[in-house]
Design a protein around this ligand. Structure first.
Ligand SMILES: NC(=O)NCCC[C@H](N)C(=O)O
Length: 298
């Protein structure tokens, strides 16, 4: 039965009580040969049309890839497509899941912007080739859902966080919760610079999150504070200009993050995390950084 939770008083379990889910071991990445800013679908892209340095972008992408490799993840690479300049952001076209019997499932996204809709079948093809059970949302009743841009697994737990408001609809989470049989803690996003949950919320381990508080409602903040023992807060500068919260911590220990997030990085180290900085400046021009440049899988 679907359980979509929108306020702290509806949460009738603790994180410890949720069944465990294996940590991801695999990473899917899309090589950005055709990456550019060709249109404006989020505030970060304004004034950046035509301004991507493609060679630099490829160098940055290689360094992101090598960091995931260094922290022990297995990497799978597919090629992007001409005419789909945002395909590199492969957190967005799907939401994968591993069930208690070890079967792999995926929900395919309904992209909010027309410009990105054609990315989804290419990613779907990869899942098909790799034996996933593929699920679809009902496009007649659900207007949009942008995968792990908005739907983020609680590290090591059968528990999902779901952002909504700009790119994903709250209704999508009913179907997902029902199909995957997991509760979903739904967080409304209220600042368009933080248009995906992964721009303002990063689960670091079972007990720790990194957030930009101003992107949420009070109800949302109460849920976050109820479920995490430690909540690290990013400043407006590090969150908005450097995408600090778009970091990735695939193993609950190593954090891969845009270069220069000085205050956040100190906080991460003080809390026992290993910090790996990387430049994603070319991708920031499009409104993305480390987290959205990959998909974590099992
Ligand atoms: N934050 C993410 O998960 N993805 C970044 C997507 C950037 C892309 N230009 C977009 O606006 O959809």
């Amino acid at each position: 039965m679907a359980q979509v939770i929108t306020s702290a008083d509806q949460i009738d379990f603790t994180v410890d009580e949720r069944p465990s889910m294996p940590l991801p071991t695999e990473v899917l990445m899309v090589r950005p040969l055709h990456f550019s800013v060709d249109y404006v679908i989020n505030p970060h892209m304004a004034d950046q049309v035509g301004k991507v340095d493609k060679i630099e972008a490829n160098n940055e992408w290689e360094l992101v890839r090598s960091l995931f490799d260094q922290v022990g993840m297995n990497i799978h690479v597919i090629e992007d497509q001409e005419g789909l300049p945002d395909m590199v952001f492969c957190a967005n076209q799907s939401l994968p899941y591993i069930d208690e019997d070890g079967n792999e499932h995926v929900f395919m996204s309904i992209m909010h912007a027309d410009e990105r809709k054609d990315e989804v079948p290419y990613i779907e093809q990869w899942y098909r080739q790799n034996g996933y059970k593929i699920h679809f949302l009902d496009e007649d009743n659900i207007s949009d859902f942008e995968g792990c841009g908005d739907a983020i697994w609680h590290t090591g737990k059968r528990l999902l966080w779901g952002g909504y408001g700009y790119r994903s609809s709250l209704e999508a989470y009913e179907t997902i919760s029902d199909t995957f049989d997991v509760p979903i803690l739904a967080l409304e996003l209220v600042d368009e610079s933080f248009y995906h949950l992964d721009t303002c919320f990063c689960v670091l381990d079972e007990d720790t999150a990194l957030i930009y508080p101003e992107a949420f409602t009070n109800e949302g903040l109460e849920m976050i504070n109820k479920m995490f023992d430690t909540v690290i807060q990013a400043s407006k500068y590090e969150a908005e200009e450097l995408f600090a919260c778009n970091a990735s911590c695939p193993d609950g220990r190593n954090v891969i993050i845009q270069q220069g997030c000085t205050d956040v990085n100190k906080n991460l180290r003080d809390n026992g995390f290993s910090v790996h900085e990387v430049s994603t400046y070319e991708f920031l021009k499009s409104g993305g950084s480390v987290f959205c440049m990959k998909m974590l899988l099992w």
